[in-house]
Ligand binder design. Sequence first.
Ligand code: KIV
Length: 264
Amino acid sequence: MPDVTLTTLNKLKRAGEKIVCLTAYDATFAHLENQAGVEVILVGDSLGMVLQGHDSTLPVSIDDMAYHTQSVKRGNTGAFIMADLPFMSYATVGQAIDNSARLMQSGAHMVKLEGAGWLAETVTTLVRNGVPVCVHLGLTPQTVNVIGGYKVQGREQAQARALLDDARALEAAGASMLLLECIPSSLANEITAAVQIPVIGIGAGSGTDGQVLVVHDLLGLSITGRLPRFVKNFMLEHSDVQSAVKAYVDAVKNVEFPAAEHEF
Ligand code: KIV
């Protein structure tokens, strides 16, 4: 049992205190993030890009996710660990159950899957079986080939309405958390106010209940040399990794990150 639980995260939402989430893929970074005060560690399938060097998250396997979740668990002492179900590992409810079991038995406290309202049945079944679920909405990188690139979602009214309806439906289905990626801040604020469960944002403005970043991004590490608009390179103002991660934690808690220039 971690020190940070879903109860802690729900209390933070109700108290209006921002939740800090950050990716980690190994024991050393899990430990470092514990020291800095990160509350939720995401073992993201972004590891396919930042560790494995692929141009998308699609090649990541459930074996990869289980391996990195085990590594993070060994370094973690108190954070809540959320692990991604990778591409095509939850296409059926049966697959979702089997693969969530792998991640939970590897040390995850929650699984994250990408999609929309159609995941309601999967969410309900996982929760009934003891698996807390976070649903990733908005820009969902596993469907990059369907949406035609890494683009801001929910700009049109119909799409924005659908995202709001999906958020409500997934909460009703039993989701314990939502993650919103690259949507307009005004829509993220509306969704955050419409649900009781914590909402974590990335490229969704400062109004969500918490923030997440890929740790390589906040350290300014990029193979292409480019960082997305919603990222801040905390190494520009800090000379060591521990201080940069701590600065991210403080900036999220003090609602200084994300700033207007990071929003859509
Ligand atoms: O895989 C990941 O790291 C993620 C974040 C971008 C939110 O899903």
